[in-house]
Design a binder for this molecule. Structure first.
Ligand code: HEC
Ligand code: HEC
Ligand code: HEC
Length: 360
């Protein structure tokens, strides 16, 4: 008998196929165990598909010119808390459990990283990798943080264990972060990796939190922990600390004295422009006088102090408010309302002005 292929038969076959596939899956013959690994061909195919997808999705990504506004040091601190357990770090290789994962997270050696362009690393770190356990960046709005991580990954392979530790842990020795005997001390040691115990650490792009108002610090920690303020770095750090300790941590840092701001190298005209806006605002663009809120601590305990804050940090926060991704306490809309009216130069002027004022 001659079998004629017609549309009706083809349609029936197509309809039956998923049912057949479901039936085979239901029988349970497909081995999902990780012990025996993938077939060579499956492994080849998965990696082939992964590399091709990363390459294609990275095509429109253009690396920023200039260094990312978030520095390499907080990225190193984030790596220690959020990546090293899978990928290992100088002086702390991957454990046996992790090497038994399928696929196993690779050690990020110079050879492994040489396969990827900066845009491709950005794509992997921002979006993660499906079916591998490689997580996405916790705050999708913070490309600046992801670029900081890419910059750190480029340095990682050449770091000696000692240099890695001082970059990632600052003054706090690694094992004290796991100190659970005293929960507050343990949490503080975690923060101290980036901020120092005195709230002045972390380098140019990390805020000075010493002497900041306690209500603002506590409200900001809650905002990070609940995802209302976007920062992959701080979301992880706040999430790893116990929320019941936020008030104590805030009081601790509020009680530290902020350092005298280092002499500024900003041009006097720039600072002068910042001062003018801070005092009078820009009425024709509905930008209010900053000092109306930031210069009057009695108005609301959640309005942060800006005096003596690091200029790179201030300028980056103003950029984030302008882009509508800053979030924060229940009052953050006060900033979002006008921040996009400020030009890049005005943001730099305001940052230079507040940085030049004596710290609280
Ligand atoms: C739960 C474990 C896990 C965590 C945590 C993790 N990764 Fe991964 N990562 C993986 C796995 C698994 C792969 C994919 C390996 C593969 O496809 O063969 C991967 C792949 C990568 C790659 C591509 C490497 C290559 O050569 O294929 C980079 C780069 C990377 N991760 C960076 C990071 C960074 C940065 C962090 C922290 C923000 C991080 N990972 C957190 C598991 C993890
Ligand atoms: C891995 C580095 C790192 C660790 C660990 C860390 N921080 Fe931060 N912290 C940062 C960075 C970077 C920012 C700026 C984030 C942003 O852009 O919003 C920040 C911001 C903050 C802010 C907001 C300050 C402001 O002026 O708005 C507070 C409050 C804070 N951190 C407190 C803490 C506390 C408390 C801990 C410990 C539980 C901690 N941080 C752990 C890097 C870190
Ligand atoms: C109506 C009150 C108000 C005015 C006016 C105001 N701010 Fe703010 N500002 C706030 C509040 C409230 C926050 C805290 C937002 C949050 O984190 O929830 C803030 C936060 C900031 C931050 C982030 C600080 C940090 O540590 O992360 C910067 C920078 C800032 N303001 C700059 C300015 C500048 C510059 C002006 C003037 C052009 C200005 N603000 C005017 C209320 C105000």
């Amino acid at each position: 008998m001659k079998v004629r292929i017609n549309w009706k038969r083809a349609a029936i076959a197509l309809a039956v196929l998923p049912v057949a596939a479901l039936f085979v899956a239901w029988l349970g013959f497909f081995n999902v165990g990780a012990a025996s690994g993938h077939w060579k061909i499956t492994e080849w195919f998965l990696h082939f598909a992964m590399r091709s997808a990363v390459r294609t999705y990275a095509l429109p990504i253009a690396p920023p010119d200039g260094p990312p506004p978030v520095g390499v040091r907080p990225a190193a601190g984030h790596y220690a808390a959020g990546c090293a357990m899978c990928h290992g770090a100088p002086g702390a290789p991957r454990g046996a459990t992790v090497r038994a994962m399928l696929p196993a997270p690779p050690a990020l050696t110079a050879a492994a990283l040489a396969d990827w362009s900066d845009a491709e690393l950005f794509r992997i770190v921002k979006h993660g990798l499906r079916f591998t356990g490689m997580p996405a960046w916790p705050a999708q709005a913070r490309d600046d943080e992801v670029w900081a991580m890419v910059a750190f990954l480029r340095r990682l392979p050449e770091l000696a264990p000692r240099d890695y530790r001082s970059l990632a842990y600052g003054e706090a020795p690694p094992d004290s972060a796991g100190d659970v005997a005293n929960r507050f001390e343990g949490a503080l040691a975690g923060c101290a990796r980036c901020h120092g115990r005195d709230g002045t650490g972390g380098g140019e792009t990390v805020p000075v939190i010493a002497g900041q108002r306690p209500a603002y610090l506590a409200a900001s920690l809650a905002a990070y922990a609940e995802g209302r303020r976007a920062s992959g770095i701080m979301q992880l750090a706040a999430g790893q600390a116990d929320a019941a300790l936020f008030d104590r941590l805030a009081r601790h840092y509020a009680g530290q004295s902020a350092p005298a701001a280092p002499p500024t190298d900003a041009a006097p005209e720039l600072i002068e422009r910042g001062r003018a806006i801070a005092r009078r605002g820009i009425p024709e663009r509905d930008v209010p006088a900053c000092l109306g809120c930031h210069g009057r601590p009695e108005r609301n305990p959640v309005y942060p102090g800006l005096d003596g804050q690091r200029p790179d940090y201030l300028a980056n926060q103003l950029r984030l408010f302008a882009a509508g991704v800053r979030g924060g306490t229940p009052y953050s809309h006060l900033m979002t309302a006008f921040a996009d009216e400020l030009t890049v130069r005005e943001r730099a002027a305001l940052a230079a002005y507040f940085a030049s004022r004596p710290a609280r």
